[in-house]
Design a protein around this ligand. Structure first.
Ligand code: MLT
Length: 375
């Protein structure tokens, strides 16, 4: 077994399931490859990026094109999930992910229940299983789960009949973050070519795309999901970090590793910065935040080494002045707020694909029914 604690908890959490051949994280036991319309079974859960093959990711992005149109309307609401109930069960802090999922559900007219560990019976010692089964008894169609323990959403999927979305579990994965990152890259590339999403844009822009994933890879669920997504779509990822922040499980991720950010910057199409996860003990792997920043922070001087058209991304929350300089965070090539904005439409697409049922319109029909140009 790996010495990576995240991998160990996941292995423990998923141990009764049959082993499956997989990439860095592999498909979760309760969900299969996804991708409508041709080859694709309807989505049951989204627990890992490895639940989606390339066609499945492309399908989510196309549905996002249609639903993104709704978000831009003066009354951004459609009845697609009327009568459905979504619970956001967050046992760990969150600003953007929780609000983004709840907004997404409301934009599609679902009812939203909000669970917060800090103000619930979890405080009185109620177990996760009892909490989840109690909420499920109220009649819930989907659980959106964030938890500090890797594998927790997979366990929840075993306890309830509802659909489950992993909204970040420990160091393990954060699949909807990877999907919104892919959507943002695809959108930016399409616009650079004078095209707009919502027409015939596919996922060909990822073929050979070079992405540097920089920073606290060891503790990052964002990095794990992003690397799976990028590899699935044919992009090339390089992990750039100090030796102490290389995760023990990196073998098998299928990425290059480099410790020299300056050398990598002119070569990449995307530089994706990760937050130092100080709450997960990153401080003990580094001499100081200042020294980290000197070697791996994206300063204005370093950003000037990027190729024209290269993108700067960060999942947030940003430690300005540590992994990203203030002036870089606010540059036109920084897509940080666009990532947040796209998060709502991507999560609408994920909830739609989980909840709308087998007879729901596919991406093209949906786009036409919503009046999306070119659908
Ligand atoms: C996460 O929840 O992992 C965030 O989106 C990224 C971070 O906290 O660094």
């Amino acid at each position: 077994m790996s010495s990576d604690p995240a991998a160990a908890v996941v292995a423990a959490a998923t141990s009764p399931a049959p082993p499956a051949a997989r990439g860095p994280a592999g498909p979760s036991p309760t969900s299969g490859p996804v991708g409508r319309p041709e080859t694709v079974a309807p989505m049951r859960h989204l627990l890992s990026m490895a639940d989606l093959d390339a066609a499945g990711i492309a399908h989510v992005l196309r549905v996002t094109d249609s639903l993104g149109e709704v978000v831009r309307r003066s009354i951004p609401r459609v009845p697609a999930l009327r009568g459905r109930t979504v619970v956001s069960l967050f046992a760990e802090e969150s600003t953007r992910t929780r609000l983004s999922f709840e907004t997404a559900a409301r934009r599609m007219s679902a009812d939203v229940l909000t669970f917060s560990a800090a103000t619930s019976s979890a405080k009185k010692g109620e177990s996760l299983r009892d909490t989840v089964e109690t909420i499920a008894a109220m009649g819930v169609d989907a659980f959106v789960v964030r938890h500090g323990a890797a594998g927790a959403p997979t366990q929840v999927a075993r306890w309830v009949d509802a659909h489950v979305v992993n909204a970040g579990d420990g160091w393990h994965e954060h699949p909807t973050q990877a999907l919104l990152d892919c959507y943002t890259i695809r959108q930016f590339r399409a616009e650079a070519e004078g095209r707009t999403v919502g027409t015939e844009v596919g996922t060909e822009c990822f073929e050979g795309l070079r992405v540097a994933v920089v920073g606290d890879v060891r503790h990052s669920r964002v990095a794990r999901s992003l690397v799976i997504a990028l590899r699935t779509l044919g992009a090339r990822a390089t992990v750039v970090c100090p030796g102490t922040l290389v995760p023990p499980s990196l073998e098998g991720w299928g990425v290059d590793v480099c410790h020299d950010l300056d050398a990598v910057l002119p070569e990449v199409d995307v530089v994706y910065l990760l937050r130092l996860q100080l709450e997960r003990g990153t401080g003990s792997y580094l001499p100081s935040a200042r020294e980290y920043s000197a070697g791996f922070g994206l300063t204005a001087r370093r950003a000037a080494r990027l190729a024209p058209g290269a993108m700067v991304m960060h999942p947030g929350p940003m430690n300005r002045g540590v992994e990203i300089a203030d002036e870089v965070a606010d540059m036109a090539r920084s897509l940080v707020l666009r990532q947040v904005a796209n998060g709502v439409a991507v999560r609408m697409a994920v909830l739609y694909l989980l909840l709308a049922g087998p007879d729901a319109p596919d991406a093209e029909e949906l786009g036409r029914s919503l009046g999306v140009v070119g659908a």
